[in-house]
Unconditional design. Structure first.
Length: 455
């Protein structure tokens, strides 16, 4: 059977949420008020109508229910739903604030409605995802597909769906087109016999004429054609597709955070966050300054050459955690808790990461970011250029940061192995940018500071 109820799942989620929104509103009213002769008074009926209209507007703007079989995951669905709920709640609060009758409505009933709505809709999504997974693993609601091509790419496609039974794709063979008309006839007969839903075309093994013939075959038999280019080996970076008239142009992301939006958002976040830290953290700055000044002779601040974006060197600022003549001991990397160069207060500053606070000055100057791979010494740069040149070159395309995922998971790297391990963690950060990812990493850094696990 072709196209197993296309679009049914998004519609089911949409109408389920509409029903649950109204049910949550009614239950919240029943829990808040005693029911009289009418279930709802006129003003609450009007509020419910407004809530429904705002919900329809919110989900339309946010495209909450626009998903495919491959993109249908619980976390994605819940995230999209919570975005819509947030927009809906903000719009309803604005309506109540601006309404002349806003004081007539119960704030408790308002909050209880959203609490019930989120709980019931989350439960409905979890149930739907679990049911669909079990249903497809049992052999129902599956799509049939075949692959044109017999190379490595074809086996990767088959392996992808073979390992993800819950997606509901069933394999029906591979075909190799040798340029003879009989190949297309045999393929067409196979598609008719097995009622295939999809044909995957490995473009690296097909000519332009063969692709056109397969597309015409798909049009005749109502079978979807999926063209699969082979970008393995050099397409490790995130890429976007832009259409220039009728021609698709694939842009490889060789410079992370290179788009105007990403640059603007990241720089704005860096400036705002750094400004807040410098203002609110002024008492902490003063206490640390006084502690260093009292416990050991020498300057409070310490600056050192580090490698920045594109390998350009700059001075990084830190609170001094070592004795003034520490460089005479001939050591370069930290020796841990027993490092003789570190002052008593310096050990605490390093464990709590408070010695890094002056680097917010580097952020305001534009030399660093709040979140990004840690800036390295020149000899660490040379070490990584020899051990992992390609990966490290990619790391140099972004500004270094005060904290990073590699710093959190690995800590101070004093060997080649640890440097490479930290490098692999930091490369994960470059795959995509999100303010939420930065905030999450900052919270993890705060945990390290509070627990004193820094190095």
């Amino acid at each position: 059977m072709k196209n197993h109820y296309p679009g049914l799942l998004p519609k089911a989620h949409l109408w389920t949420d509409v029903i649950l929104l109204n049910l949550s509103f009614l239950l919240a009213y029943l829990l808040r008020f005693e029911v009289g002769s009418n279930l709802l008074p006129d003003n609450y009926i009007n509020l419910l109508l407004v809530a429904n209209l705002v919900w329809i507007f919110a989900i339309h703007i946010l495209k909450t229910y626009l998903f495919t079989r491959l993109s249908y995951h619980f976390n994605t669905q819940l995230g999209n739903f919570l975005k819509a709920v947030s927009v809906h709640a903000a719009a309803m609060m604005a309506f109540l604030y601006l309404s002349k009758q806003g004081e007539d409505y119960s704030r408790y009933q308002f909050l209880l409605t959203y609490g019930l709505f989120v709980m019931m809709s989350t439960a409905s999504r979890a149930t739907a995802v679990l049911f669909l997974k079990l249903y497809r693993q049992a052999g129902y609601n599956y799509n049939r597909y075949a692959i044109i091509g017999k190379g490595d790419l074809a086996y990767l496609i088959r392996e992808f769906y073979g390992e993800r039974k819950e997606l509901g794709y069933r394999y029906y063979g591979m075909f190799e087109l040798d340029g003879e008309q009989n190949d297309i006839w045999n393929l067409e007969a196979h598609v008719k016999k097995n009622h295939l839903d999809y044909l995957y075309c490995c473009l690296s093994e097909m000519s332009d004429d063969q692709v056109r013939d397969v597309i015409k075959l798909g049009e005749r038999l109502r079978t979807q054609i999926r063209l699969v280019p082979d970008f393995r080996g050099f397409m490790t970076n995130m890429a976007t597709i832009e259409y220039h008239d009728m021609y698709p142009i694939i842009q490889v992301n060789t410079k992370p955070f290179s788009s105007f939006n990403e640059q603007t958002v990241k720089r704005a976040f860096d400036l705002i966050f750094s400004g807040i830290v410098m203002v609110l953290g002024a008492p902490i700055f003063f206490v640390v300054w006084a502690a260093i000044k009292i416990t050991s002779p020498g300057p409070v601040f310490f600056k050192q050459h580090r490698s920045g974006r594109w390998g350009e060197m700059f001075y990084i600022y830190k609170f001094r955690s070592m004795y003034v003549d520490a460089d005479k001991m001939g050591l370069q990397h930290s020796q841990g808790d027993n490092d003789p160069r570190i002052t008593p207060i310096g050990r605490f500053l390093r464990k709590s990461r408070l010695d890094e606070l002056p680097q917010f000055i580097n952020v305001l100057k534009g030399e660093m970011s709040v979140v990004g791979p840690r800036p390295l010494f020149k000899y660490d740069v040379d070490m990584l250029m020899e051990a992992a040149p390609h990966d490290f070159q990619r790391l140099l395309t972004v500004k270094p940061g005060i904290t990073s995922i590699g710093q959190i998971n690995v800590g101070y790297a004093d060997t080649v192995a640890k440097n490479v391990e930290r490098l692999k963690y930091d490369l994960q950060y470059l795959k995509s940018y999100s303010v939420f990812d930065d905030v999450r990493l900052i919270f993890r850094t705060v945990q390290v500071m509070v627990l004193g696990r820094g190095q």
